[in-house]
Design a protein around this ligand. Structure first.
Ligand code: ZN
Length: 562
């Protein structure tokens, strides 16, 4: 039997009338249900429909990102963008009907009560009145993706994409780093009016949607859309305060030591990517070599990752190299109709490739282990839960890093820990910034730039942009995809990292126990809320006082023994 190849995955695009007719049948069946069993049977039929629709939409999104210039993929994406809000309308009506159903308790008993909490979020963040706004939002997000994918640089004899030019950020030659940064940010500067305009439209559109839904601002809608059922703005605010108090000073010290090691005073923005005067550790081969080594790594780790990765390779379920016309960033999505996930990245030959790879494989492994969840809602956790799966695998693969970095593996591990600590202030700044932006939706692009500058002073006080005019004007966030496309999806990384660091500590003490805990975490997928999942894994919640401080200080001591 031949294994189906990703490139042959095809799904017939759904027609609205057909889906609406199916929903209408399900609605009537649920109304007429005379027993718990009958109601549960309707939910099962509904879920099969949702799995098909989810897979189709994920496939359309992956293909568009793979080649943003392909007319057929673009047309499919436009069709999907128009159709999706209408499908959401049908799904939300069904969720509302289930919440109000006399069989609610029986459905909750069969599928878990968590689904109802998630559905309440979905009901609270949707109304048919915002259907066309959602389609418009998707269009603007796609404009951003296409714009970034169109960036092209000729530098030192190479033709480079945005992802590729960032490899020079860690070039040992300071003049090269500076020149590459000037080119990269120069491109953003040339497109400033477009970027400002796309984001301005997105913010105003999102605020309009919030008003139509009856909220004061989009912040509340953002939290509902992220399906945050067990924590709110005040919890996140307290977490940000802990980052300011306990992490920013350590990060500043890391930057001071970095400057001293490099012999550059002061450290400039274009120096930040280089952590060692000898150059950052690099994977010792290209994409194909890395994939071979990854197979070896997963064979050594076991726990099911080996067979899983073999299956991914056999079906070509990855697209990891950067190339012209490809959408920026990295992601993983699940294709439940085919029983497998897909991972996506933009390799550029730096140590980041290994990190992005293990990160996306963490997501992929979770979706694989959760593939048979009884509801589509549980295939993925909420974002902060999902990022535990990915960030933990970055750390749990540490013992195998010799495969990629040889004698430089220790330097890699140290760099990974360093950049993890440094990420926390940045990630928190991105989150805080978005709260400011959506609290003042009528602010001008320059006002927003000033808000970001305030964030840099608060969370990244060492930062020195000097002659890089675009980021110096307060617009560095314009290269951060999430800010445009996934509002409020960012603190999730900081919360998850706080959990992944705990698992990293546990792995150093008892490797087998940590792996078992990881697999169990992945297996639970999205069947429960973040705090529940974290607690069941024996981890402390990042919202607990002292949790972040303890995790980060422990990591810091490994880097800089007293
Ligand atoms: Zn991730």
């Amino acid at each position: 039997m031949t294994v189906p190849d990703f490139r042959d995955y095809r799904l017939t695009p759904p027609q609205y009338d057909d889906v609406a007719a199916e929903y209408s049948r399900l609605t009537k069946q649920l109304e007429a249900a005379g027993s718990s069993e009958a109601a549960i049977a309707v939910v099962e039929k509904w879920d099969a429909l949702r799995r098909r629709l989810y897979t189709w939409s994920a496939l359309v999104n992956i293909r568009f990102n793979q080649d943003t210039r392909n007319a057929e993929y673009k047309k499919a994406r436009e069709y999907c963008d128009e159709l999706e809000p209408r499908l959401t309308n049908l799904a939300v009506a069904m969720k509302r009907q289930l919440i109000e159903s006399p069989y609610r308790a029986a459905v909750a008993k069969r599928f878990g009560a968590h689904a109802f909490d998630l559905w309440k979020c979905d009901v609270a963040s949707f109304d048919p009145a915002i259907e066309s706004d959602l389609a418009e939002q998707s269009k603007l997000a796609a404009q951003y993706t296409e714009l970034l994918a169109s960036a092209k640089f000729d530098f030192r004899g190479e033709s480079l994409t945005l992802s590729q030019i960032t490899k020079f950020a860690e070039n040992p030659d300071r003049a090269v780093r500076h020149e590459a940064a000037q080119l990269q940010w120069g491109w953003f500067g040339q497109h400033q009016s477009q970027l400002d305009a796309i984001f301005d439209k997105l913010v105003r559109l999102r605020h309009t949607m919030a008003e139509k839904l009856g909220y004061k601002s989009f912040i509340e809608v953002g939290y509902q859309r992220m399906q945050r059922t067990d924590y709110g703005q005040q919890d996140v605010e307290r977490f940000r305060a802990q980052v300011r108090e306990h992490v920013v000073p350590l990060a500043a010290e890391i930057r001071r030591r970095q400057a001293a090691r490099l012999g550059v005073e002061p450290l400039m923005a274009w120096d930040e990517g280089l952590h060692d005067p000898a150059g950052n550790p690099k994977p010792q081969g290209d994409h194909d070599w890395l994939i071979e080594r990854a197979s070896e790594m997963f064979r050594a780790i076991g726990s099911g990752l080996d067979e899983f990765f073999t299956g991914m390779r056999a079906r070509n379920l990855m697209d990891l190299n950067a190339r012209e016309g490809k959408g920026a960033g990295g992601f993983c999505d699940t294709l439940p109709e085919f029983g497998m996930p897909f991972i996506y990245a933009n390799f550029n030959g730096t140590e980041r490739d290994v990190l992005v790879f293990t990160h996306e494989m963490g997501h992929a492994f979770q979706t694989y282990l959760s593939m048979n969840m009884p509801l589509t809602d549980y295939l993925l956790g909420t974002a902060e839960t999902c990022e535990i799966h990915s960030m933990s695998l970055e750390f749990l693969t540490w013992p195998q890093m010799e495969l990629f970095f040889g004698a430089d593996a220790d330097r890699f591990r140290k760099l990974h820990l360093t950049t993890s600590i440094l990420f926390l202030p940045y990630g928190t700044a991105v989150d805080h910034f978005q709260h400011l932006v959506y609290a003042q939706p009528h602010a001008s692009p320059d006002d927003r730039a000033a808000m970001w500058q305030e964030m840099e002073r608060t969370y990244l006080p060492w930062l020195n942009w000097d002659d890089l005019a675009h980021p110096a004007s307060g617009r560095r966030w314009q290269s951060q995809i999430h800010v445009f496309k996934y509002p409020f999806y960012y603190i999730d990384y900081a919360l998850a990292l706080t959990c992944a660091l705990q698992l990293w500590v546990r792995a150093a003490e008892d490797r087998a126990a940590a792996m078992q805990c990881y697999v169990e975490l992945c297996r639970r997928g999205g069947e429960a809320a973040f705090s529940d999942i974290v607690r069941s894994a024996g981890l402390a919640s990042p919202f607990e006082e002292g949790c972040l401080q303890q995790a980060v200080e422990h990591a810091y001591r490994q880097l800089e023994p007293a």
